[in-house]
Design a protein around this ligand. Structure first.
Ligand code: SF4
Length: 258
């Protein structure tokens, strides 16, 4: 195994959504920085709850780490990590810089809370695959499940995803985490998903260690049936590749396993 310590890069990890993926964290420095504090978050306690964009990590530091990687066979370089990647004001700069030195496709996993902002949509437009979180059909459920900073508005999330879908040329997936608190409104969520009409819907339930229990496969199967007419993948059924991470400890930490 490679003994080098990476501060901003983790994985590669097998991903049911992305095949094999090398993760990049463009915001956190050892603490979770996010506009949400989801009840199912695997990362743990929030370090900074914010919806203000800022420069958290310099682009050159991430490029230096990428330059020092051993040869890897991966499908995607993915912006995710311990927080919300679109909070990074230099996300667009990072995507452009990575595209100059790597051939892999670039994915961004976002909680969608900033998609109503034009500058955020412009940055995400540079990615090949955007996975947008969408767990709630009302402000009330959003507050219960995602526990956002109070300035985050449910209507802005829906309109932001729709505006992004209109302008975006890459692949757009909705990722929906189903737990006890939103399973009863799965049909409403499916209806909004049909209005958005993404390329894919990822039906998820928290299988990694966290504060809430996952739904059983039978309930997830039933929920998946509400999305008929859209392409769906389910966390219980998707295939996973066999992959060795660069650093076991760092990768497990970011997946909530230490
Ligand atoms: S959006 Fe992601 S990082 Fe932020 S609290 Fe929710 S699960 Fe955790």
């Amino acid at each position: 195994m490679n003994k080098k310590k990476y501060k901003y890069i983790y994985g590669p990890v097998p991903s049911w959504r992305l095949g094999s993926s090398l993760g990049i964290d463009p915001v956190s420095k050892g603490k979770k920085i996010c506009s949400f504090d989801c009840i199912y978050c695997q990362i743990g306690k929030i370090g900074l709850l914010t919806d203000e964009r800022g420069i958290f990590i310099n682009c050159k530091d991430i490029i230096e780490e990428l330059d020092s990687l051993p040869p890897l066979k991966i499908d995607y370089i993915t912006f995710s990590g311990a927080g919300e990647p679109s909070l990074a004001d230099n996300l667009g700069e990072m995507i452009r810089a990575i595209k100059k030195i790597r051939r892999e496709k670039i994915a961004v996993i976002t909680n969608s809370s900033l998609l109503h902002r034009e500058d955020v949509r412009k940055d995400l437009q540079l990615a090949d695959f955007v996975i947008a979180k969408f767990d709630a059909p009302t402000q009330e459920i959003l507050t219960t499940i995602n526990q956002p900073i109070e300035t985050v508005n449910f209507e802005h999330i829906i309109s932001g995803i729709k505006m992004f879908k209109e302008m975006y040329k890459g692949k757009l997936a909705l990722q929906i985490m189903f737990v006890e608190q939103n399973k009863g409104c799965a049909q409403d969520i499916a209806q909004i998903a049909k209005e958005i009409n993404p390329d894919e819907v990822q039906i998820n339930t928290p299988l990694r260690p966290c504060r809430v229990k996952p739904l059983p496969e039978s309930e997830v199967d039933k929920i998946e049936s509400y999305f008929k007419g859209l392409k769906t993948i389910s966390v219980y059924k998707a295939e996973r590749k066999e992959i060795s991470p660069l650093s076991d400890e760092e990768t497990l930490k970011r997946r909530g396993k230490v």
